[in-house]
Structures are given as structure tokens and as C-alpha cells.
Design a protein around this ligand. Structure first.
Ligand code: HEM
Length: 214
């Protein structure tokens, strides 16, 4: 006989999983790894474009930015596939409809930017007139996207793509602040399980929760 978790795991739908109270371990690991990666990418992107650095340091930072960005693209695609196969737990029943809508809308936008930002970054380096190759972590050669690499109007396209990438980054910063603020409000003010179900089951955290909720 299959366990309740195993049976919810087999639900291949985008809606919430009935009976599930926590995200799966894989979803939790991908969430925090990608989240930290994105924060690092935003900081790196802003430093390499707005801070005066020695040319070699700047070049190394660009290469690292491209490497981590492509890694995030692959991890985000995996995360999206995982989500379709393992629907998340439902939001609390007593959450107002507008808040559920806002949470779901923010999640859709975050997924869009998680995939869209690396794709635009990749298009941007492919269309750059300087044609600098991308070698992931200095080891794996990564191709340019042919349609952008073969453009006849590279000099005009690259700055437009750079601007889209930059505004995407600023939007991502705003959405991340909203997302983290909402999670903290649930945890510290409403004192429900919304944040806890995305936290790895660490013993110290469980103890702290027991104290807070008792
Ligand atoms: C989640 C993934 C990514 C995030 C959050 C991100 C974020 C950023 C940010 C905030 C900037 C600074 C924009 C500005 O203020 O002008 C930037 C610049 C840049 N990013 Fe990304 N990026 C990501 C992925 C990528 C990828 C995958 C590539 C290439 C393969 C890439 C290539 C670049 C380049 C070339 C610049 C400099 C653009 C310029 O010189 O104007 N990025 N990125």
C-alpha cells in the first residue's frame, strides 16, 4: 500500500498537493540554493557594472557571473519540472483570497525571472560585438545562442538586451524583498507554518518553534 506522501508525489498537477504539509526535501534544497545563488548574482552583477575594478578582476567577475547564471538556469528548469511532478502544499485555508492571489502572482513572476534573467544574460553575451567566449568555471565551453550570435545588428541589440537584463535585475530585487517580507510576516506576526514548511527539518529550528508556539 502506498504512503500518503508517495501517493501525493504521483500527482502530476500544478495545483496544491492534498494532504502535504511541507515541501519535499528536493524542493527545499533547490529553493535555498537558487535563492542564495540569485542574491549572489544580483550583488555580482551590480558590482561588476557599477564599481571601478581592475580589468582582470572585472573579467574574472564577468566569467563567474556567467557561470553561476547558467547553473541557475539549469537548476531553475529542474525546479520547475520538480514542481509539476510534486505539487506544493496548499496555502492556509484562512488566508484571504487577495493574499493567495498576490502570493501566487509573485511566485509566477519569480519563476519567470529565474528563467528569464539567465536567458536574457545569455542572449546578451551572444549578441555582444566583442564576442567574448563563455567558459563555465574556466572548464566547460558554453556556446553562444546562434540566433543572437549571427545578428547583423549586434551593436544596436546588445545595449537593448543589457537594459532588459538590468531592469529585470531591479524587478527581481523588489520581488525578492516582497517575497522575503511576506514569509517573515507569516512566521513572526501571523505565526503560521508558511515559512516553516520551506525550512529544512533542523532540530534547533524545531525546538525554537516549539518554544515560540507553546
Ligand atoms: C539569475 C540570473 C542572473 C541575475 C540575477 C543577473 C543579474 C545581473 C545584474 C543585476 C546585472 C547588473 C545590471 C546593471 O545594473 O547594469 C547583470 C549584468 C550582466 N549580466 Fe547578469 N544576471 C543573471 C544571469 C546572467 C547570465 C546567465 C549571463 C550570461 C551568460 C549574464 C550576463 C551578464 C552581463 C554580460 C552583464 C553586464 C551587462 C552590461 O555590461 O551592461 N547574467 N546581471
Amino acid at each position: 500500500m502506498s504512503s500518503p506522501v508517495a501517493s501525493t508525489n504521483s500527482v502530476a498537477a500544478a495545483g496544491p498537493a492534498p494532504g502535504r504539509t511541507r515541501y519535499t526535501s528536493v524542493a527545499i534544497a533547490l529553493h535555498w540554493t537558487i535563492g542564495l545563488g540569485i542574491v549572489a548574482m544580483l550583488a555580482m552583477g551590480l558590482v561588476m557594472t557599477h564599481v571601478k575594478l581592475a580589468p582582470f578582476t572585472q573579467f574574472k567577475l564577468y566569467q563567474l557571473h556567467k557561470s553561476v547564471g547558467i547553473t541557475i538556469l539549469l537548476a531553475a528548469a529542474l525546479r520547475l519540472l520538480w514542481r509539476f511532478a510534486h505539487p506544493p502544499p496548499a496555502l492556509p485555508d484562512d488566508m484571504p483570497r487577495w493574499e493567495k492571489g498576490a502570493a501566487e502572482g509573485t511566485h509566477v513572476l519569480l519563476y519567470g525571472l529565474m528563467i528569464g534573467m539567465p536567458l536574457v544574460g545569455w542572449a546578451l553575451v551572444s549578441a555582444a560585438p566583442l564576442n567574448i567566449p563563455t567558459v563555465l568555471y574556466g572548464v566547460i565551453p558554453w556556446p553562444h545562442i546562434p540566433i543572437f550570435a549571427d545578428l547583423h545588428i549586434k551593436a544596436q541589440s546588445a545595449p537593448v538586451l543589457a537594459r532588459i537584463h538590468a531592469y529585470g535585475g531591479y524587478t527581481l530585487i523588489a520581488l525578492l524583498a516582497l517575497h522575503a517580507g511576506a514569509a517573515l510576516r507569516h512566521h513572526l506576526v501571523l505565526r503560521d507554518d508558511v515559512l516553516r514548511r520551506m525550512i529544512p527539518g533542523l532540530p534547533w529550528f524545531r525546538r525554537a518553534q516549539t518554544r515560540t508556539l507553546s
